[in-house]
Write a protein of this length. Structure first.
Length: 375
């Protein structure tokens, strides 16, 4: 029940990757022999598969070690390259720490950053966004789907406002890619970040989409040495990981809509039964929410105590990236939840291997644990 943290590698993805660890072990940058050519061809195919998922050209895909690196390259790359125009960045208080911490680092270097509020449903106010845009705003960074609540932001409308201001729109689509439509042309996204291990691919492989026209986005590289990835990300390519990312994207393109309908039904069943316990509340917009995520507050119960009674159940307190930190979720606090309610919140996230039987088992385990804690 923690697929938002990571997903198992699809066996078909693993099968595609395995030859590139041993039999086809070449360096994709080695252009003088067949070992390198085979690896280069594999990377080319993967680049086309990733591009196919988000509807861009393969030349617009830059491979990274994951979404965090892609986010750093996008935000820092824009800020360093467009300093002559301005240094104002706009983002949202509920962004992933990869975005928020990167912006805070740039503030130390002179960037001006505006952090937008969200409403109780976790959505940005488009009027507020419009009001904070300035002539020196070079970048607006708004995530597509929130990792803790599953709330989906109106990215197409956001992009329209950003482009009217002649600014660049970056979208962290880590939780959206492979689950819902991420067509960068249709949505108007200029920079998009994704990660393989969120869509049944391997850890350590991700990608950044960089728009080449209307507008053409230019970034300052953050890793130097060798000029790989058209100079934007130097370093020997992780060929097995890239092959796995490409295969995962190709599978998602063909199967995600069927998966989403089934998973949505399971999530609805989970929520209906857990809400029957009483004093249980769902956080975030019910209408604008990803089909697999459920952020649930159990009033009057500390989530760590609840989870301690569920040793065989994988769930998260807030998000996996901050679950080791003993403080309320910054996402839930920004949405107006009290510290007490934040501490009583558990995130359930389902995936394509989740079964109806597992949902029933989880409901039984959680219900029993809640009843015991209320005694």
């Amino acid at each position: 029940m923690d697929y938002n943290a990571t997903t198992p590698v699809d066996k078909r993805v693993l099968d595609a990757m395995l030859p590139y660890f041993s039999d086809k072990f070449g360096n994709a940058a080695s252009r003088t022999h067949a070992f390198g050519w085979v690896a280069e061809d594999a990377v080319k195919t993967a680049r086309e598969q990733v591009a196919g998922l988000i509807n861009c050209t393969s030349q617009e895909i830059v491979f990274t070690s994951g979404a965090t690196e892609a986010i750093n390259l996008a935000i820092k790359g824009v800020w360093e390259n467009y300093r002559s125009k301005g240094s104002h960045i706009v983002t949202v208080k509920t962004e992933h720490k990869a975005v928020l911490d990167t912006c805070r680092q740039l503030e130390k270097k002179g960037a001006s950053v505006t952090y937008l509020d969200v409403d109780r449903e976790g959505l940005v106010d488009l009027a507020e966004l419009k009001s904070v845009l300035r002539p020196d705003t070079i970048l607006v960074a708004v995530m597509y789907v929130n990792n803790e609540t599953g709330v989906i932001q109106p990215v197409e409308q956001i992009a329209e406002l950003v482009h009217k201001n002649n600014s660049i729109f970056m979208c962290d689509a880590t939780q959206a890619a492979g689950k819902i439509n991420c067509d960068v042309e249709e949505l108007g996204i200029d920079l998009l970040c994704l990660s393989g291990h969120k869509l049944y691919g391997p850890k350590g492989a991700g990608a950044l989409y960089v728009r080449r026209k209307n507008p053409r986005v230019a970034l300052a590289a953050q890793i130097d040495g060798g000029g790989h990835e058209r100079g934007l990300r130097s370093g020997t390519l992780n060929v097995p990981g890239i092959v796995g990312l490409g295969a995962a994207c190709a599978l998602a393109k063909g199967e995600m809509w069927d998966d989403s309908a089934r998973i949505s039904r399971l999530r609805t069943r989970l929520e209906q039964q857990l809400c029957d316990i009483g004093n249980v509340y769902i956080n975030g917009s019910i209408k604008n929410r990803l089909f697999n995520v459920s952020s649930i507050t159990f009033k009057g119960i500390r989530s760590e105590k609840l989870i301690s009674k569920l040793p065989n159940l994988a769930v998260a307190m807030g998000s996996a990236c901050t679950s080791a930190v003993a403080e309320p979720s910054h996402v839930l606090k920004a949405m107006g939840l009290s510290d007490e309610d934040s501490y009583g919140t558990v995130r359930f996230s389902l995936g394509k291997y989740t079964t109806a039987e597992e949902v029933e088992e989880v409901v039984g385990l959680v219900t029993t644990a809640v009843i015991e804690l209320k005694k």
